[in-house]
Ligand binder design. Structure first.
Ligand SMILES: C[S@@+](CC[C@H](N)C(=O)[O-])C[C@H]1O[C@@H](n2cnc3c(N)ncnc32)[C@H](O)[C@@H]1O
Length: 505
């Protein structure tokens, strides 16, 4: 069997568990295009293609959230397309179509798209297929279209590659997937423990890799690390390959990585000198500094002229949301008094001192789980603090700064959930579906959300008909997370699910 056939067979035998990839949402990444002056198409009515869509865990929730847009998913594994199609049917989606195909066998029969997504495909195919992928993306984009491609990169992936080579060297015979996964984990642990501590740099790299492999789920280990093709590139190589197919680098879906505020002014000045201000060279140097191993790159057709001096007024057209909350719930609004804000699970922290920034965060908290349009945010802030001549500019500059720090989300069309829920709460349907199938589920923000057993059981019973009392009755006998009554536990779970953006109203 040729390697491509082996690749396909592995996915047929052990299907990929597909998840939502937050930044692959066109409503998120189109904002980056707009910040660099691209006229990105309206997401609400866009045509969206996902290549290598696996079981539809990324595309189905998007199709649900944007019912007037239309979606096409392509994958060459029958098992994936079957799952994706069945889930789309369960969700009652009329705006999505799945196609079983090797993308290399497709001509122009799918037509052109406003947005193309290929998450985790580029570095898991042969180098020839990489070129074909970029050509297909280029041929599939409408003139104003934007593509999102994510892939592993050097230099960071070099450590992973060392471990991949070790695992593949160790398991030479054809064995079943479970044996392969166990042997792979075993040899990484063995080698990691065998390195004398005196070899400290090597020992510490291996210890990190071993911890990562131990945490990686079996299926993911099989596909993401052990698959027949694993071809990371340096970013500049990716950009060159893309340019050869008529594509141009727009920016990074994780917008904040494009600025280098974590570096000193001297380092940034030197970087500017080394790169000559060239965007690809700058990004490549940053990858070396950060030892980056993964990228989520946005591309457009080569003829577009990009303006890289970001203007905060772009934010005027955006919907805005954040889960930043004042630490300990204490919010001193006094001008100049610093307050620490954190994302849930302490994923990130920022300190905010200006009264205006604190008011913005307070109002966004009050609006959560719905996203707020810039104009609604500005008028609510003006109501609290009064109007001033340049207040819009000031608000957009603060919003943009928080966005650059990846603690606030910008959407060209954000989720509009109801600001409160009724006596019989209505779940975000994809969230309910995937919670019943997989360990983590998806919320209205296209984020992966992990649930405990109790919250999952409550979500499974939410249908817009059952009340909290009825759900409590159905769960009679189920252990509650705390000591209180079952009804209180269900009410608390509903509140939690609502705060996770898993309840529509
Ligand atoms: C590493 S998985 C990533 C899946 C998914 N995009 C994600 O990130 O969750 C790669 C996916 O691409 C599909 N694939 C690989 N080569 C392909 C090809 N030549 N044509 C179509 N699909 C392909 C595989 O079946 C698999 O679903």
């Amino acid at each position: 069997m040729n390697p491509d056939e082996v690749l396909k067979q592995t996915y047929e035998q052990v299907p990929y568990v597909s998840h939502p990839h937050e930044l692959s949402n066109p409503a998120r990444f189109s904002v980056v295009g707009r910040l660099f002056s691209l006229h990105c198409p309206r997401v609400k009515s866009a045509r969206v293609l996902e290549l290598g869509c696996a079981g539809g865990g990324n595309l189905n929730p998007l199709a649900y959230s944007y019912p007037h847009a239309s979606f096409v998913g392509v994958d060459f594994a029958q098992s994936h397309i079957k799952t994706a199609t069945a889930d789309a049917e369960t969700l009652g989606l009329k705006n999505i179509e799945y196609k079983l195909a090797d993308f290399r066998s497709l001509g122009n029969e799918l037509g052109k798209f406003d947005y193309v997504i290929a998450h985790g495909l580029f570095s898991w195919i042969s180098t020839e297929a990489q070129t074909a992928l970029l050509k297909f993306v280029s041929d599939s984009l409408k003139p104003e279209g934007v593509a999102y491609l994510s892939y592993n990169i050097y230099p960071g992936w070099a450590n992973h590659e060392q471990i991949r080579n070790l695992m593949r060297f160790h398991v030479t015979e054809a064995v079943d997937a479970a044996t392969l996964i166990n042997s792979a984990r075993e040899i990484v642990e063995f080698v990691s423990n065998a390195v004398p501590q005196s070899h400290s740099a090597h020992a510490s790299t291996l210890a990190d890799m071993q911890a990562m492999i131990a945490k990686t789920k079996g299926r993911q280990l099989l596909h993401d690390h052990l698959e027949v093709h694993n071809n990371p590139v340096y970013f500049f190589e990716f950009a060159n390959k893309a340019a050869a197919q008529g594509l141009k680098y727009v920016g990074d879906a994780l917008f904040g990585t494009m600025n280098s505020v974590e570096l000193s002014a001297e380092v940034r000045e030197k970087l500017q000198e080394y790169s000559g201000g060239h965007i690809i060279r700058t990004e490549q140097y940053l990858d070396f500094i950060r030892n980056r191993s993964f990228r989520q790159t946005l591309l457009c057709l080569k003829d577009h002229k990009l303006n890289r001096s970001v203007h905060p007024s772009t934010v005027y057209q955006c919907d805005i949301a954040t889960q930043l909350r004042a630490d300990g719930g204490k919010l001193d609004m006094t001008e100049g008094v610093p307050v620490d804000f954190s994302l849930p699970g302490a994923r990130a922290k920022v300190t905010v001192s200006s009264a205006l920034a604190k008011q913005i965060l307070k109002n966004l908290e009050a609006a959560w789980p719905t996203a707020t349009s810039f104009s609604a945010l500005a008028s609510s802030v003006k109501q609290s603090l009064g109007d001033s001549e340049d207040i819009e500019e000031q608000i957009s500059a603060i919003v943009l700064e928080l966005y650059s720090k990846a603690v606030l989300m910008l959407f060209s069309a954000g989720p509009k959930l109801e600001i409160t829920y009724g006596s019989a709460p209505r779940p975000f349907a994809p969230g309910k579906l995937y919670a019943a199938k997989q360990q983590s589920t998806v919320n209205a923000y296209h984020q992966a959300v992990a649930l405990n057993d109790f919250n999952r059981a409550v979500l499974a019973l939410l249908d817009g008909q059952r009340t909290i009392e009825q759900i409590a009755t159905e769960l009679t006998g189920k252990a509650t997370p705390d000591k209180g009554s079952l009804k209180d536990a269900v009410a608390a779970a509903v509140e939690k699910l609502y705060s996770y953006a898993l309840i529509e109203g």
